[in-house]
Design a protein around this ligand. Structure first.
Ligand SMILES: NC(=O)C1=CN([C@@H]2O[C@H](COP(=O)(O)OP(=O)(O)OC[C@H]3O[C@@H](n4cnc5c(N)ncnc54)[C@H](O)[C@@H]3O)[C@@H](O)[C@H]2O)C=CC1
Ligand SMILES: O=C(CO)COP(=O)(O)O
Length: 390
């Protein structure tokens, strides 16, 4: 394990855009204090994870292991659970607190005894000064509404949510929604992070995108990093978040290719074209987005892992195998048992943006994915478009 860590550390030194010295000081100096003390003069930070799905539960596990080790954090990590009753009549929250496992969304993995599940959103966040948002993106509007006016004091947030909202004024990234609705700064964490693999501590990387304060980004890096989860800060919050959001549309396209058994070359072509459309759309929406962001874990690495092993890919494969006859809603319910796809709704949201801005012709892959999802085109259409200008 030591050899593996140092191997990956040297890769990191070669590839990262962040300065190695600050990375090592933030990651390995357990005496570093969190930069923003909690309410009432409390010098230790309190973390609440808002969300408890597949990735939400793994995020809580990562954070809980670090909160115990780092003196600048309270041991307890609260996790808001969207309450549900299990088939045996028990409440999910009670089962998590008794067994220390999220038996529905991450069975077989202990979260850490310091994780406390809480079904009351307001109560879950009330003492926290570090909020980690990690729910399917379609629920974030409602969650922000419920929290409006309830988050007070010096609070920092980070969003692990891959998705966006489309409003009358145009697209609104989830980190902006959180910042606007709650009046707090919000970083993002995205990357090639299939939750079930990180749950069993297989090595992976992630990217923290930050807007202003590098110190706050370093605190998030410190809170998430473990020897098997290597986090790099990047000064490009929009670029990082758009990578995480748009790659889900590319993953749906990859699933169609798999369902139609088109082979590896076709899938590689879809990934390349998809990455190019991701970059082009991100830069049109936010000219500040950096090219280098697409080479971080949140960019090319997440495209690869999601197109190989993600839920969006898997369900899209089944959709194509059915010849487009079974709906995504039906397949999602049958195949994912409560977990949620992001790619189909993101394809629709992207389509609305392209339509509104008159950019449709520049993004044939994105627009074709939406038209296949809605049944307007057949899955085979995924390769039936002319070269594009993105
Ligand atoms: N699972 C993964 O491997 C990864 C997921 N992500 C992203 O993390 C975000 C969260 O995904 P997961 O944790 O995997 O969730 P999930 O898809 O496993 O679970 C669905 C969650 O939504 C909750 N829920 C259902 N109805 C709700 C409602 N009306 N209001 C609020 N919550 C409700 C469920 O209780 C459950 O916690 C998504 O944006 C996803 O793209 C990012 C990296 C990896
Ligand atoms: O975002 C992910 C991996 O980084 C997970 O993707 P899926 O939602 O397609 O499983």
């Amino acid at each position: 394990m030591r050899i593996r860590s140092s191997f990956f550390s040297s890769i990191f030194l070669l590839s990262s855009s962040s300065s190695p010295s600050s990375f090592f000081s933030s990651r390995f100096s357990s005496s570093l204090s969190a930069m923003f003390p909690g309410a009432n003069g409390d010098l230790k930070s309190r973390v609440t994870v808002v969300g408890s799905g597949n990735w939400g539960s793994v995020a809580a596990k990562l954070i809980a292991s670090n909160a115990l080790k780092l003196p600048s954090f309270h041991d307890e990590v609260r996790m808001w659970v969207f309450e549900e009753v299990l088939p045996n009549g028990e409440k999910l929250t009670d089962v998590i607190n008794t067994t220390n496992e999220n038996v529905k969304y991450l069975p077989g993995i202990k979260l850490g005894r310091n994780v406390v599940a809480d079904p009351d959103l307001e109560n879950a966040v009330k003492e926290a000064n570090m909020l980690v948002f990690v729910t399917p993106h379609q629920f974030m509007g409602g969650i922000c509404k419920m929290l409006k006016g309830k988050v007070t004091g010096e609070v920092e947030a980070i969003s692990l949510v891959k998705g966006m909202e489309v409003k009358k004024e145009g697209p609104c990234m989830i980190s902006s929604l959180i910042s606007k609705e709650l009046g707090i700064n919000c970083c993002v964490l995205m990357g090639a992070n299939i939750a079930n693999e990180i749950a069993v501590e297989k090595f992976s990387e992630a990217t923290v995108g930050y807007r202003e304060s590098r110190e706050i980004a370093d605190t998030w890096v410190q809170l998430f990093s473990t020897p098997y989860f290597m986090v790099t800060p990047v000064h490009d919050v929009e670029g990082v978040e758009l990578c995480g959001t748009l790659k889900n549309v590319v993953a749906i396209a990859a699933g169609f290719v798999d369902g139609l058994e088109m082979g590896n070359n076709t899938k590689a072509a879809i990934m390349r074209i998809g990455l190019r459309e991701m970059r082009a759309l991100s830069k049109l929406l936010f000219p500040s987005v950096k090219d280098s962001t697409f080479f971080e874990s949140c960019g090319v690495a997440d495209v690869i892992t999601t197109c190989l092993g993600g839920r969006n890919r898997r369900v899209a494969e089944a959709f194509a195998q059915s010849g487009g006859k079974r709906s995504f809603d039906e397949l999602e319910a049958e195949m994912l048992q409560g977990q949620k796809l992001q790619g189909v709704s993101t394809a629709r949201e992207v389509y609305e943006v392209l339509n509104h801005c008159g950019w449709m012709e520049m993004f044939p892959l994105f627009s074709t994915v939406h038209q296949i999802c809605t049944g307007r085109l057949k899955p085979e259409a995924i390769v039936h478009y002319r070269d594009h200008k993105a």
